[in-house]
Design a protein around this ligand. Sequence first.
Ligand SMILES: CC(C)(COP(=O)(O)OP(=O)(O)OC[C@H]1O[C@@H](n2cnc3c(N)ncnc32)[C@H](O)[C@@H]1OP(=O)(O)O)[C@@H](O)C(=O)NCCC(=O)NCCS
Length: 176
Amino acid sequence: MDKTTTFPLSFSGYEIEGLTEADAQRLLPLYQSCSDYVVLERGLGPDAAIALEEFQSFPPDRTEADKFVFGLKAATGALVGMLACDRDYPREKSWWIALLMIDPAARRHGVAKTLCEDFFRFLKTQGANRVELAVFEENVAGLRFWESQGFDPVRTAGPVHIGTKQHSLQVLARQL
Ligand SMILES: CC(C)(COP(=O)(O)OP(=O)(O)OC[C@H]1O[C@@H](n2cnc3c(N)ncnc32)[C@H](O)[C@@H]1OP(=O)(O)O)[C@@H](O)C(=O)NCCC(=O)NCCS
């Protein structure tokens, strides 16, 4: 598997694209349309560096080698969603989801649900057996989404400071 590896999507009208740092500028409009989430995360709207930062943020003791950023591309070519994740974190065969973000105009149509189902199917083919992630406790909609996808609470974490915000985190996990 390399950075441009994709997986089949069962949602018509969209496809998955494996993204690299060179695609950061193409993701900026998505961050801008998702400023609701960016403000929740950092208390400030998206700046020009925000998309690049996603490619350069890793969990403790991990590197760029295990970072994968998948774009959800509409028929127009626009990136209307993204899934950023880290392979084998916090342990081997477990993947860490750093961010799942869907353009507000496409939300509540089952896009994220389908994307996750297809991604998890793909992860199993890669030998993974578990997915883990952290949600800001303030992100009630995000928490509801992950619970609806079968994730269970593992522990709380934080506080973490991002921009002007301080967050408590809920760590969630599910077996594949
Ligand atoms: C969370 C997010 C990815 C969900 O994307 P989506 O495409 O709207 O989700 P889906 O339509 O596939 O929703 C599947 C189910 O999740 C739950 N859900 C999704 N959004 C929800 C919300 N705002 N409030 C409560 N439940 C929600 C529902 O059970 C939903 O099923 P339903 O629509 O039939 O009731 C999207 O709202 C988003 O990008 N938010 C900003 C970023 C974020 O918070 N990411 C998660 C933290 S990493």
